[in-house]
Design a binder for this molecule. Structure first.
Ligand SMILES: O=C(O)CCC(=O)C(=O)O
Ligand SMILES: [Fe+2]
Length: 280
């Protein structure tokens, strides 16, 4: 990580890396995503799943295991040094779905992966700095496969909120986006960007990295002729139990993966150094 990246990530809770994927590499990832999207439901490989019913996105579960061009992104040479630093050389892949945001899906309300004070639950996400380096045990890397332009909608972030000392008051922004019972309001749509909220507009090939602790969500998607596609790779530290689950991928998914991806996805003790880490 460069000093600029380290400072910016620590300050804001996110990083926007431009042009990580280019040319044939980007095209291969885009084509693989298209092949998954075009797969008839009855032909989806075992362990993978297309879910078009969920709120906010069309979900293409375990897309990273669908095609080698997508699997390669989990250990991409441009994001790997950042992943290693942010996990203190203890990376573990815990999820890799393709999300497709289309016009008509509701607003994705502002949320953070871990509500409440970390002290209450040791399994909750943590963000700190040790020895001049960030340590974060809950990270999301969004690999963008399509362009987002200002005014399109998409990802919103409250910069700096990963270090907030207070719970996010839901009445502050988009107050109608939650129901009175506290659930997501599926009838709510918004494309507003009030002061204090940041709308990130990546282009195809860009990567946006967030701490899951930063409060984030997504504006309703405006274009009718284009969708928003991104591979969402979630990482934790290898010794974390991923909130109760020690095995994040089924045998069918694991059977499709290269040995180094399997090692990346494997839990390990705090003191263990993974081969993929030792060699790089
Ligand atoms: O739509 C987005 O860009 C945000 C998605 C999101 O909140 C998540 O995957 O955790
Ligand atoms: Fe999220």
């Amino acid at each position: 990580m460069t000093p600029e990246q380290r400072y910016f990530f620590d300050l804001t809770g996110y990083l926007h890396l431009k042009g990580v994927l280019q040319g044939a590499e980007l095209k291969a990832a885009q084509d693989a995503a298209q092949r998954y999207i075009d797969t008839p439901l009855e032909e989806v490989p075992a362990g993978l799943e297309i879910n078009l019913e969920r709120e906010h996105f069309n979900w293409y579960i375990n897309a990273f295991a669908f095609d080698k061009a997508l699997e390669a992104l989990t250990l991409h040479p441009k994001t790997w040094p950042i992943l290693k630093e942010l996990t203190d050389d203890r990376p573990r892949l815990t999820s890799g779905n393709l999300m497709v945001d289309v016009h008509g899906k509701p607003f994705h309300p502002l949320h953070a992966g871990v509500p409440g004070a970390p002290a209450r639950n040791p399994e909750q996400g943590r963000y700190s700095t040790v020895g001049g380096k960030v340590q974060c045990n809950d990270l999301v890397f969004f690999f963008y496969l399509t362009d987002v332009y200002p005014g399109d909608g998409g990802l919103i972030i409250l910069p700096g909120s990963h270090k907030s000392h207070f719970d996010y008051p839901r009445s502050l922004f988009y107050s109608e986006s939650y129901t009175s019972e506290g659930g997501y309001n599926a009838e709510y749509f918004s494309t507003k960007v009030p002061e204090g909220v940041l709308n990130v507009t990546p282009k195809a090939g860009d990567v946006v990295i967030i701490s899951e602790l930063v409060t984030h969500g997504a504006l309703s998607w405006v274009p009718k002729d284009r969708d928003r596609r991104f591979l969402t790779l979630r990482y934790m530290q290898q010794h974390e139990s991923v909130r109760g689950s020690l095995d994040c991928f089924s045998p069918e998914v694991k059977a499709r993966l290269a040995p180094e991806t399997l090692e990346l996805a494997a839990p390990a003790s705090f003191g263990h150094t993974k081969e993929i880490v030792a060699r790089s």
